[in-house]
Design a protein around this ligand. Structure first.
Ligand code: SAH
Length: 213
């Protein structure tokens, strides 16, 4: 678990890269600059950790591309103290970004292997989510609702209704919607039954699957 000057230097280059691609939120860029992404990956991929690319993690899943993580986080407009629900804990990298921004994070993962691994790993780095849950993100987390924001980090074939209904008024849902290719979509809750919808271009995610595994 080493974070060297070399890693720090590579990380600053990565920050410059995603800035050049259009990320402007200073707090988000700062978080990417702080978090040792190489520690979230298997040792075989360490050399790739600071490229702006997605990479395999355990259980056939991927750690999202840093630009995508930054893009989704920017859309979420996290303020310190916000209660945020994440669907798809995976490596925990996005969870760490949310923690850096001062959010109270609830994160759901359906793969038991990843849930176990990341539950042990994140606290070792000093990142304490409010709750990591082994469960099915399609149903959200009714017990802890309403949320200031919900972020889905897997490709959703449709928008799960509970994720909209668990937002507070003014809350934001950031979700990639589609089968083969996904359109990054932002919903802002304007009233009990009113949602504003914005679309932000195409991305590719591993699929949001039903049930636990
Ligand atoms: N946020 C992660 C991205 C991991 S990829 C990171 O930064 O590394 C997407 C993750 O979503 C995978 O770990 C996958 O197992 C998980 N996933 C897929 N369907 C799910 C569901 N219905 N509920 C919860 N997690 C799910």
């Amino acid at each position: 678990m080493k974070d060297t000057f070399k890693h720090k230097g590579l990380r600053q280059k990565l920050v410059a890269t995603i800035k050049a691609k259009g990320i402007t939120d200073k707090k988000v860029l700062e978080a990417i600059g702080i978090i040792p992404r190489h520690l979230f990956m298997d040792s075989g991929f360490l050399d790739h950790a600071y490229q702006d690319k997605a990479f395999p993690i355990a259980a056939d899943q991927t750690i999202s591309q840093p630009f995508t993580v930054a893009f989704q986080t920017e859309l979420l407009q996290v303020q310190p103290g916000h209660k945020i629900l994440e669907i798809g804990t995976g490596s925990g990298y996005q969870t760490a970004v949310l923690c850096e921004l001062g959010a109270k994070v609830y994160s759901i993962e359906r793969q038991h292997e990843l849930y176990k691994k990341t539950s042990k790993f994140l606290p070792r780095l000093g990142y304490r989510a409010k709750k990591l849950i082994f469960g099915d993100g399609y149903i959200g987390l009714e017990d802890e609702a309403p949320f200031d924001g919900v972020i889905v980090t897997a490709g959703a074939p449709f928008v799960p209704k509970p994720l909209l209904s668990q937002l507070r008024i003014g809350g934001r849902l950031v979700i990639p919607v589609g089968e083969e290719v996904q359109v990054m979509t932002l919903f802002i809750r304007k009233g009990p039954k009113e949602f504003e919808q914005h679309e932000y271009g195409e991305f590719r995610f591993v699929p949001l699957l039903e049930d636990r595994n």
